[in-house]
Design a protein around this ligand. Structure first.
Ligand SMILES: NC(=O)c1ccc[n+]([C@@H]2O[C@H](COP(=O)([O-])OP(=O)(O)OC[C@H]3O[C@@H](n4cnc5c(N)ncnc54)[C@H](O)[C@@H]3O)[C@@H](O)[C@H]2O)c1
Length: 423
């Protein structure tokens, strides 16, 4: 079957007949045409052409069923690099704060949203409105209104049968999935306590430039986005989200409250407004307590892991580079069985969660996904984990206990504060 015979899922949704001119490549997801999906190529618009975006874009192309056809970035240097690397025509390379609109408004089938997360809700909402499939990096927002925006757009995406993959790649790890299945089957007994952590040295030493080197305050903040709350959400949201997400994923629950504290150890010569170490306790309605830490201070020993302690076993993980590091479920020794065999053990190797995530996205768009990956829509857990991290951050900033429901109803937005104009 040739491309003209294929029916775009977007077009099915709109109830209109596809025309040959609608797209060079047409995308299939409906069961009726799945057999012909092998003829198609997913056209992707890449928004936010930095480090992680480049990795995601390469992994999408590695499937040989997706092609980056348009790029957008705030900085021209970034679109130039991306356009060259992915062989994108100059007319499809867009620059500036509104560049995302050009890509989302074009004929691409899917978008890769990889800017700093402060922009994610706006981009996500626009992508759903334009009926594009979405591969969005985590976190999905930096504040409560942003979480609501993405949740609502994600619901709409579901009704439109759009695929949404969120870059919480542990969900795409075979080892994590195997351990989760055993956990659900009761292999560890009842969960009681959990610990999650992303503790490491400070990051982005190379991006500690001076304000005077940048044309405007906005350029300066976007270049150094990690250090500004309105852009990154702080590192408990931007990075530590991965670990707290795993705990809620395994428990099949979100916590009811959080109590946190945080502080600044390294003042970074006044750069930005984030904190650099946090300790937050979360409580679930079944009595499970989670202690969570995240640190970005030089010299602190690294720990990127998740642990759940149950009445019969302990789940522990260690981070890997580019793939799953280690995942174990050990049985609790008893007097009768002082040296029990491990219930599950994976110690790193071929479990490439980033690659599997990208391949799952493309397969889902093409209607070739299998099992739980068939029609992926990660929005709900993506927003819940984003919000859980924001809940931890806010409880820590305020040095108080905050319930999920009370924060969910707050309306405060984080945003850029322009410099006062000189007279
Ligand atoms: N899943 C993972 O393991 C993982 C790893 C690293 C980063 N990330 C996520 O990926 C996202 C990007 O992180 P990164 O490390 O690639 O950062 P980066 O700074 O390398 O890239 C961000 C890019 O977005 C561009 N940009 C900024 N504002 C923009 C706007 N309004 N419109 C268009 N382009 C804009 C920047 O110029 C830059 O090129 C973040 O959300 C981060 O949390 C995920």
């Amino acid at each position: 079957m040739n491309k003209q015979d294929l029916v775009s899922r977007r077009t099915i949704v709109k109830g209109a007949a596809v025309t040959a001119a609608a797209s060079t490549f047409t995308i299939v997801k409906a069961e009726s045409v799945r057999g012909s999906a092998a003829n198609s190529m997913v056209e992707v618009g890449f928004i936010g052409c930095g480090g992680q975006g480049t990795r995601d874009a390469q992994l999408l192309e590695q499937t040989k069923e997706a092609k980056i056809v348009a790029v957008a970035d705030y900085f021209k240097t970034q679109t130039d690099k991306a356009a060259e690397r992915f062989k994108v025509d100059a007319k499809n390379a867009h620059v500036g704060i509104d560049a995302y609109k050009e890509v989302i408004g074009s004929k691409v089938d899917a978008v890769l949203l990889v800017t700093p997360p402060g922009f994610r809700p706006e981009h996500f909402k626009a992508a759903v409105a334009a009926k594009k499939h979405i591969f969005a990096e985590k976190p999905l927002a930096v504040d409560v209104p942003g979480c609501h925006t993405v949740m609502e757009a994600g619901e709409k995406a579901k009704k439109l049968n759009l695929s949404v993959v969120v870059g919480l790649q542990r969900h795409y790890s075979k080892a994590y999935r195997a351990a989760k299945k055993l956990f659900d089957e009761g292999a560890m007994g009842q969960a009681v306590m959990a610990h999650s952590a992303w503790d490491q040295a400070k990051i982005w030493g190379e991006r500690r430039g001076k304000r005077a080197d940048w044309k405007s305050q906005l350029d300066f903040e976007i270049q150094h986005w990690y250090f500004f709350k309105w852009l990154s959400g702080d590192h408990i949201v931007e990075q530590n989200i991965h670990n707290i997400d795993v705990i809620s994923w395994f428990l099949n629950k979100t916590p009811v409250r959080a109590a946190g504290i945080s502080a600044v150890f390294d003042k970074r010569d006044g750069l930005g407004d984030i904190h650099d170490h946090f300790a937050v306790n979360y409580e679930y309605d079944n009595g499970v307590l989670l202690t969570n830490t995240c640190v970005q201070v030089d010299g602190v020993r690294g720990d990127v892991s998740e642990t759940i302690r149950g009445t019969k076993g302990v789940f522990t993980t260690t981070a890997g580079r580019g793939g799953t590091g280690g995942v174990r479920i050990e049985a609790v020794p008893t007097r009768k069985e002082p040296n029990p065999a491990p219930i599950y053990k994976y110690e790193g190797g071929d479990d490439k969660h980033y690659d599997q995530e990208a391949a799952t996205f493309v397969a889902s768009v093409l209607g070739k996904g299998e099992g739980e990956d068939k029609y992926r829509n990660d929005t709900k857990y993506g927003v819940e984990s984003t919000f859980m991290a924001i809940l931890g951050r806010e409880s820590a900033y305020r040095k108080t206990t905050l319930t999920w429901n009370e924060l969910w109803n707050e309306t405060k937005k984080l945003g850029f504060k322009p410099e006062p104009k000189a007279d």
